[in-house]
Every structure is written in C-alpha cells, then in structure tokens.
Design a protein around this ligand. Structure first.
Ligand SMILES: [Zn+2]
Ligand SMILES: [Zn+2]
Length: 246
C-alpha cells in the first residue's frame, strides 16, 4: 500500500471512529464509510454494455461496436461520447439529490471511484476534467458545486488533471426541470463561457466534462460548444447518472 493510500485508510478509520458509517442513500447503519446498505445497493441499475457508441444509452440487445441510438443519429451531440454510472431512477435519485443538496459531500469519493471505472474509455485519452459550473449565486447558497467535487474525485483516481474553474456560468438559468429538449437548449444557450485567459489550457486538448446527471444533454452540449470554440480537440462527458426515457 502506498503512503497516500495508507493515509486515506487511516483517515477513513479515524472517521469511522467518530461517526457511525451510514448508507449513502437512506442513512441506515452500514459496516463501512462510503457504502450502501444491501437494499439500496440492490435497487440501483448500473449501466453496462451494449451502449450507444456516442451518448452511452444502454441497448437491450447486443449491437455491433459503433452503433448509434436514434437520438444521436437524428441530432448528433456536440460531445464525442458520454458515459454514466447509473440509471437515474427512483433508486438512484435520493443518492444524487442527497449529494447535490443534502451536504453528503463525503459521497464524492465513492462516486468518483464508480465514475473512474465506468468512464475508463473516455478517461484513457483525456487531458483535462472540467465540471459543469454553477452560477456564483447558486454556489454561494449551496456552498459547493457537486460536479466539481466529482471531477476532483475522478482526477485523484485517474491521474487526469482537473480544472474546476475553467468554465463559468455567465447568467443564472432557470431549473431545467419541466422543460422539453428544445426548451432546455434555449434555456442554456449562451449561458457558459471560458474563464478569461484560459484558452491555452483547452487548445488541442481532449476535455472530459463532468456532471452529476445527464438528462437531455442540452447543458453538456452547450458547455461542449464553448470548449470546441476555444479550440478543444475533442470533448467527452462523464456523469454519475443519466436519465433513460421510456
Ligand atoms: Zn440504504
Ligand atoms: Zn446515443
């Protein structure tokens, strides 16, 4: 065991001594920090191949390697590939929302480990991890950006550098909830920008955008547009969960 891993183990053991470990989703007692109770674990749907080669939508039947889903053929996203760990559903929602709004920031480590595994393909060629930014007022109210915590956790495990402040949200956008695909695209159009003076970090690089949930991909496509315009060679996406319609 390396020194860093040993320190982490000791820190984990110290935390265990202070706080009884709780399930990341429902809060019942579990045997170690960062885990889930058996019933929450059993409810989760982990996304696995076969997948759409672009957006990572799981297919029900085996397909040839580079098969795309209907949505990616009809309206190709600006990012090259997206990969996600979990289906966003009734079982994963409390996990995601507790992390986003409920101060369960200690979940970033375990989530980052899942993301590093599910995103091994996109991380293999990546130069930079960039979280989707919050508007500064929202960041002030919430105190942390859940996507930045995920990007930092994935960076620690994968060795790919993270640039948590590379993108900025120029204006507040209303919540994407309740909007259809077109409404979502319109809501986030022009909402993001590269932080001034950072173009040299992006030019010619493969950038992986990190977010908690992929819904229609409108926000991630808008961030990809900014990065590609700034000269990124390729933009990929890694999220904790994704919505699967129908
Ligand atoms: Zn549980
Ligand atoms: Zn697709």
């Amino acid at each position: 065991m390396g020194a860093a891993a040993e320190l982490r183990r000791l820190a984990g053991a110290a935390l265990d001594a202070l706080l009884p470990p709780r399930c990341l989703s429902c809060g019942t007692g579990v045997d170690r920090q960062g885990g889930l109770c058996p019933s929450c674990w059993a409810g989760l749907t982990f996304i696995a191949a076969p997948l759409c080669a672009c957006c990572g939508l799981p297919f029900e039947y085996a397909v040839p390697g580079e098969t795309l889903c209907g949505a990616c053929i009809a309206d190709p996203p600006l990012f090259a590939r997206a990969r996600s760990v979990l289906v966003y559903d009734d079982a994963s929602r409390p996990l995601v929302l507790g992390f986003k709004h409920g101060d369960r920031t200690h979940a970033a480590g375990p989530f980052g480990a899942w993301m590093a595994r599910a995103g091994a393909d996109v991380l293999a060629g990546a130069d930079l991890l960039v979280p989707v930014p919050l508007h500064r007022w929202r960041l002030f109210a919430r105190r942390y950006n859940q996507s930045a915590l995920l990007a930092l956790a994935v960076a620690r495990l994968s060795g790919v550098a993270a640039a948590p402040d590379l993108l900025v949200r120029r204006r507040r956008t209303r919540s994407q909830g309740g909007l259809d695909r077109t409404g979502r695209q319109r809501n986030v159009a022009g909402a993001f920008a590269l932080r001034p003076g950072r173009a040299d970090r992006v030019a010619g690089r493969t950038v992986v955008l990190v977010d908690d949930v992929l819904t229609t991909g409108a926000t991630l496509s808008e961030c990809a547009r900014v990065l590609l315009r700034a000269g990124a060679a390729r933009v990929e996406v890694l999220t904790l969960a994704r919505v699967i319609k129908g």
